[in-house]
Design a binder for this molecule. Structure first.
Ligand SMILES: NC(=O)c1ccc[n+]([C@@H]2O[C@H](COP(=O)([O-])OP(=O)(O)OC[C@H]3O[C@@H](n4cnc5c(N)ncnc54)[C@H](OP(=O)(O)O)[C@@H]3O)[C@@H](O)[C@H]2O)c1
Length: 285
């Protein structure tokens, strides 16, 4: 019997199967479009006629619906299903019940690297669900990335994954607005790169600009000192950013949303506090 069956052979699943093979595992592969298994079979994987093959099923597909479509009515007795697909926490919780009804155990996961990062140093994956089942297969899963267990609730892996993705996507989108703005003055996008790199390093530091750590503490304590840089001052400044982008002929959806949020926290009477007070408005829509 093979060590692991990889279900879903898009860019991620194919890279996972390849990484398991490189780590010396006996790998079975299945994909809805069967031809995508061909290169992996040429590299030593076994082709499965049915997805439910072996004890450990590792799934990487576009959605949880794809898992339902693929596994159909098959029994899953004694099998561990590790699903690394995107979904919502509610979908993951429902999927855990669905797998359990069929006799299997679901471990939910969110992998934090793109295909070339799989199996590379620094890669990690959030896992949630039954810890004992994860521990049993951690030795195999470690081929893909570090195994980061975040709790029993099956929805948690996706909450951690989406939390990180939101920070990732919003940071990149801000960079695109910034580069587009400078572009309207004829500045090349790469002129901004050293400054943005520095900013990100500062944000992650323990120094005075180390806002990730600072906010981590403030959001826990509910105290947001604003003596030196008040939210009101930043709400006004963000309004100027929106005006500048608009005057430069750019679209302003994201900056306007940010300004609305800051202005709301200010209007709610917390303008003298620091930027961390914005979380109070986020928590009470
Ligand atoms: N790519 C990344 O950088 C990255 C990074 C982290 C996480 N992820 C997550 O990893 C998952 C896989 O991503 P991906 O980039 O490999 O490609 P993808 O386009 O999200 O998924 C492709 C896979 O889903 C299968 N699929 C789609 N609908 C299906 C259905 N109804 N029934 C059965 N199979 C179905 C496809 O089968 P066919 O080949 O038959 O179409 C293919 O195997 C996603 O949930 C994604 O959010 C991706």
């Amino acid at each position: 019997m093979s060590d692991v069956t990889v279900i879903g052979l898009g860019p991620m699943g194919s890279a996972m199967a390849r990484t398991f093979l490189a780590a010396g595992h006996d790998v079975t592969v299945w994909n809805r479009t069967a031809s995508k298994a061909d290169p992996l079979v040429a590299e030593g994987a076994r082709r499965a006629a049915e997805p439910v093959t072996g004890e450990l099923l590792v799934i990487s597909q576009i959605s949880y619906q794809a898992m339902y479509d693929s596994l159909g009515e098959a029994r899953l007795d004694g099998r561990t299903v590790v699903n690394l697909s995107s979904g919502t926490p509610a979908e993951l919780r429902e999927a855990a019940r669905w797998v359990a009804e069929r006799g299997g155990t679901l471990i939910t996961a969110g992998i934090m690297v793109p295909p070339p990062g799989i199996g590379q140093p620094g890669a990690y994956t959030f896992y949630s669900g039954p810890k004992e089942a994860l521990d049993r297969h951690a030795g195999t899963l470690e081929a893909l990335s570090a195994v980061t267990y975040v709790g029993e609730d099956p929805g948690l892996a996706m909450m951690f994954y989406q939390a990180q993705l939101f920070v990732f996507w919003s940071s990149l989108t801000s960079f695109m607005y910034a580069a587009a703005l400078l572009g309207t003055a004829g500045v090349r996008p790469d002129a901004l790169v050293p400054f943005v790199r520095e900013l990100h390093a500062d944000l992650a530091s323990d120094g005075p600009m180390g806002y990730i750590k600072i906010l981590g503490e403030e959001l826990g304590s509910g105290v947001y000192p604003g003596d030196e840089n008040s939210l009101h001052m930043q709400a006004v400044g963000m309004g100027h950013v929106v005006e500048t982008l608009r005057a430069a002929g750019l679209e302003t959806t994201v900056p306007e949303a940010l300004h609305r949020l800051f202005a709301r926290a200010d209007a709610e009477g917390r303008g003298d506090e620091g930027i961390g007070t914005v979380v109070e408005s986020i928590r009470k829509p």
